[in-house]
Design a protein around this ligand. Structure first.
Ligand code: T4K
Length: 375
């Protein structure tokens, strides 16, 4: 029997409703609801300043952002990517008419392994599409080098990497473009939303055109584009969310530290090591069920589920195991041993700023009982 409120893997942060009401009133009065209005432009500028980057293009979600970035990069043929991600990463490639080529991941960062990526480069490769998974930054130095060495475009799926910095500043400055998600389940949300971060003004201008059908003015359409514009409501929410984001990330940090303490002496599960050379946004709290544990990952998932704790097996199954990708030569399991091992053992526990100490004890208690075979 579940005890207390159901605990989902994510719980969206929201600004106080009374803070949103004046913006709503203004929206209702102005009747400007979309197409790069006042809130859109204010949010874009505020975000650039908060993130410490120069060129931000707001979009409807990260999937459309990835598609725009891939189209703008003018890619052909194959793009090397990770199988250990949300399916949206590879779907964006397919939607852009490109073939994903899967390379294995690093067992510590869980990100695309630069050495495996290097082995996958062929004359048909036009780009790399790594993911900063769970907000843990990729080995950007190695990937930047690899792209340069083979004259490849480098686009980072940064859906999880809001406010992640390395020693040189925002991780979003690496590569040609990076794409953020502001979906409800993310560290920073605008209900639905996202942004493309470009490394120069010309690229930003091109992405801005592409997200608005290629329209330049009333009589000029420069190219084939789509509709990926963020509306005024989402932009107004985004502006208000920025006020609380540092506080929310700090609260996530407390939740993260508490889990580490509570799980430290429980047999059979291991926390991922913290990534020392970067700031963490505590996007998620993944644990790995040890190979020799008394319970399997799926048994633990089911035990938690029964008690109202809705942990998630992100990212299982691997993208490369899905029906539309598994026929690809790079999708063979023997090509991706680390990704298969991690996908079979990973479990993401509930992680959100207002998760209480009692609730975390409840989660850890179920895992501790599983460890001694008590549930
Ligand atoms: N690249 C990567 C690496 C990504 O992870 C994602 C998305 C993308 C690209 C594409 O980004 P977007 O195009 O979405 O901007 C969720 C999200 O829909 C997806 O955005 C996210 N990654 C992925 C990791 O998770 P589901 O199908 O697992 O979510 P769902 O609906 O089961 O929600 C998980 C839990 O969160 C629910 O059990 C309850 C809670 N929840 C969810 C929503 C939507 C809430 O409490 N409130 C809510 O409004 O995909």
């Amino acid at each position: 029997m579940a005890d207390g409120r159901p605990l989902y893997v994510a719980r969206p942060d929201l600004p106080p409703l009374q803070d949103l009401l004046p913006a709503l009133e203004e929206l209702w009065q102005s009747r400007i609801l979309s197409n790069e209005g006042r809130y859109h432009d204010e949010f874009e500028a505020a975000l650039a300043s908060y993130l410490g980057v120069d060129h931000v293009s707001l979009v409807t979600n990260a999937t459309s952002g990835l598609l725009l970035a891939l189209l703008q990069a003018g890619l052909t043929g194959q793009v090397i990517t990770t199988p250990f991600s949300f399916v949206g990463t590879s779907h964006a490639l397919r939607l852009a008419g490109l073939e994903p080529v899967f390379a294995d991941i690093d067992p510590i960062s869980l990100n695309l392994n630069p050495e495996s990526a290097a082995e996958a480069v062929t004359s048909a490769t036009s780009a790399l599409l790594p993911v900063h998974i769970f907000g843990r930054a990729c080995d950007t130095a190695a990937l930047d080098n690899l792209a340069e060495q083979h004259d490849l475009k480098l686009i980072y799926d940064a859906a999880h990497a809001f406010a992640v910095n390395d020693k040189g500043g925002s991780v979003l400055r690496h590569g040609d473009m990076s794409v953020l998600s502001f979906h409800a389940t993310k560290v920073f949300n605008t209900f639905e939303g996202g942004a493309v971060i470009s490394n120069n003004a010309m690229t930003k201008a091109a992405v801005d055109e592409l997200r608005n059908f290629g329209i330049i003015d009333e009589v000029t359409v420069s190219r084939v584009g789509m509709n990926a514009k963020m509306n005024e409501f989402c932009a107004a929410v985004g502006l208000l969310q920025l006020v609380h984001i540092d506080d929310n990330i700090a609260k996530r940090g407390i939740v993260d530290a508490r889990y580490r303490e509570l799980l430290a002496n429980i047999e059979g599960v291991s926390c991922l090591p913290a990534m020392s050379a970067q700031t963490q946004n505590h996007y998620s709290f993944p644990v790995l069920v040890d190979a020799g544990a008394r319970y399997s990952r799926d048994e633990l998932y089911n035990k938690l589920q029964k008690q109202g704790v809705h942990a998630r097996r992100y990212f299982y199954p691997l993208i490369s195991a899905l029906p539309m990708y598994r026929h690809l030569p790079s999708a063979r399991p023997e090509n991706l041993p680390v990704a298969h091992d991690i996908a079979a053992r990973i479990l993401c526990l509930p992680m959100f700023p207002d998760l209480t100490a009692d609730e975390q004890e409840r989660v850890a208690g179920i895992i501790a009982d599983a460890a001694i075979g008590a549930v």
